[in-house]
Design a protein around this ligand. Structure first.
Ligand SMILES: [Zn+2]
Length: 264
């Protein structure tokens, strides 16, 4: 069979078997199982912990854990893990991430831009929403289609064969900055993470209107010498603030008590 035809047949049979709907009802192509994604996430997280400095500052850890726990308490139980693991990295990077398998990383540099618990909850909610919406599975599936035949999960994780795909895998997980392969989330995924993330943080009792201040702070910080790393994988779009305002107006009063996560 000619290559092009082979690819088309493969793509068609994959598309028929792996279609799914995102939390906002969008059709998604997901080629990897929850277990595959969880083990990729957990393995990548282990690497991050080995390669980057973990913060031992008790106050900062308590603050980030408090906000993250409050947010994750609103997320339905996910397949493959019981609790979300939260690690604070000691770095000036203005960055944060969440990985399949229940892993959350927050960089201390982010706390200068996310100035209060509501703004930090905005970022954590947004990152978790990317996980809940299977965005890394989707991104990896798209790159898989582009290189039909490449079966990342058929290769033993950590093997030398896998090493050549690590950059692409990390990029799909949103960790590309650390590995020199950048894959910014697309506009659709960003909007979806904004909407789903806002619902989660509001349910946890945080103030959703602070999401506007967060993204304004992020924009202001991007004028400086070191633009926020978060914006390189989570690009802001011109209607983000408008879209957030519209979403905030439709949120019900969840009646949740505001968590007491003081910064100092
Ligand atoms: Zn994002």
């Amino acid at each position: 069979m000619p290559n092009l035809l082979k690819t088309t047949v493969l793509a068609t049979s994959i598309a028929l078997s792996a279609c799914s709907a995102s939390p906002t009802g969008r059709n998604q192509l997901l080629l990897f199982s929850d277990q595959d994604m969880s083990s990729l996430g957990a393995q990548s997280f282990d690497q991050m912990k080995q390669q980057q400095k973990v913060s031992t500052d008790k106050k900062v850890n308590a603050y980030v854990q408090c906000v993250a726990k409050s947010v994750t308490s609103q997320v339905p139980k996910q397949p493959g893990f019981n609790e979300w693991e939260v690690v604070v990295f000691d770095s000036d990077q203005v960055n944060a991430f969440a990985l399949p398998g229940g892993k959350i990383g927050v960089y201390t540099g982010l706390l200068k831009v996310a100035k209060n618990e509501d703004q930090l909850a905005t970022v954590i909610g947004h990152e978790i929403a990317h996980v809940l919406a299977d965005h890394s599975n989707e991104r990896l599936s798209q790159s898989q289609l582009a290189n039909a035949g490449l079966q990342i999960t058929n290769i033993a994780l950590g093997s030398s064969e896998y090493a050549q795909y690590r950059g692409a895998t990390m990029a799909a997980l949103g960790l590309g900055l650390q590995y020199g392969v950048l894959l910014p989330y697309g506009r659709t995924q960003e909007s979806e993470a904004d909407i789903v993330g806002l619902e989660i943080m509001a349910k946890a009792g945080f103030d959703p209107t602070e999401s506007i201040s967060l993204w304004k702070n992020m924009a202001a910080a991007s004028g400086g010498q070191q633009p926020p790393e978060l914006l390189s994988t989570h690009p802001s779009h011109s209607t983000r603030i408008q879209d957030l305002s519209a979403k905030i107006n439709t949120l019900p009063n969840y009646g949740a008590q505001k968590p007491n996560c003081s910064k100092s």
